[in-house]
Design a protein around this ligand. Sequence first.
Ligand code: THG
Length: 265
Amino acid sequence: MIIIGERINGTRRDIREAIEKKNKDFIKKEIKKQIDFGSDYIDLNAGIGRGKEREKEDIKWLIECLYEVGNISPSIDSSDPEVIDFALSFVKSQDVMINSINGEKEKIEKILPVIKKYPESKIICLTMNEKGIPSDYKKRVEIGEKLIDILTGVGVKKENIFVDCLIEPVSVNYENGIIFLKALKEVKKFNVKTTCGLSNISFGLPERKIVNKYFLALCIYEGLDSAIIDPTVPDIREAIYVSEMLTGKDEFCINYIKRIKEKYF
Ligand code: THG
């Protein structure tokens, strides 16, 4: 499982305050902690609701913080193609994730020239368009397929495409879990990678960690390749290693046994 550490996100109060006060020590500690707990990418979301120019300045600063910790791969989390373009010009790691593009026509037109500049980047595709997130899982699969066609058409390799079928809270509609799982299962047939923002599933519920870890296990059964999570939560790591072992992704159970011996959970 490719882990994208979610903690550097301007919607979190402590992160927003650190961004506003330019508190590098705090951000760097948050980055380091997520790396120590096995993150492959660090998601950087500088959206603090103060407009595009501020977001650009802040994401540049977050990238600076990241490289002061080490040569770590960022996931540039913004819905604005201009912010993504600006941010990518400061990325020096070989490996970078663009989080995200979606099926909105105008956004696709703006992001394609950016993708052509960075053809080796990994790209997260959200299965939504100008009408929002379809409630019908088949429509999500259709949007995913269309985005895959567009990206492979400009030379992006399938192995670098990460489709996110968009988890919505199960507290809002009791079928939101199964809708995501059905879309995930279909998208896997396109031979691309998949990802998700896991914790969306538990919004509005008590004891969210319990819900998150069981849902992650179900997603891993359907072949989820990557997830945007807080890797410092012990339950989440347990869910990943046990589910991977039980679904044939841990040869001779070596990884699981190693984690137990090292008290890694
Ligand atoms: N798909 C993709 N990218 C995404 C999402 C997605 N990026 C943003 C988000 N969803 C995933 N990232 C986070 C980051 C932080 C938190 C949740 C998701 C978080 N939430 C706290 C909580 O839920 O309790 C609330 C904030 C707080 O701590 O104050 O920390 O779906 N591609």
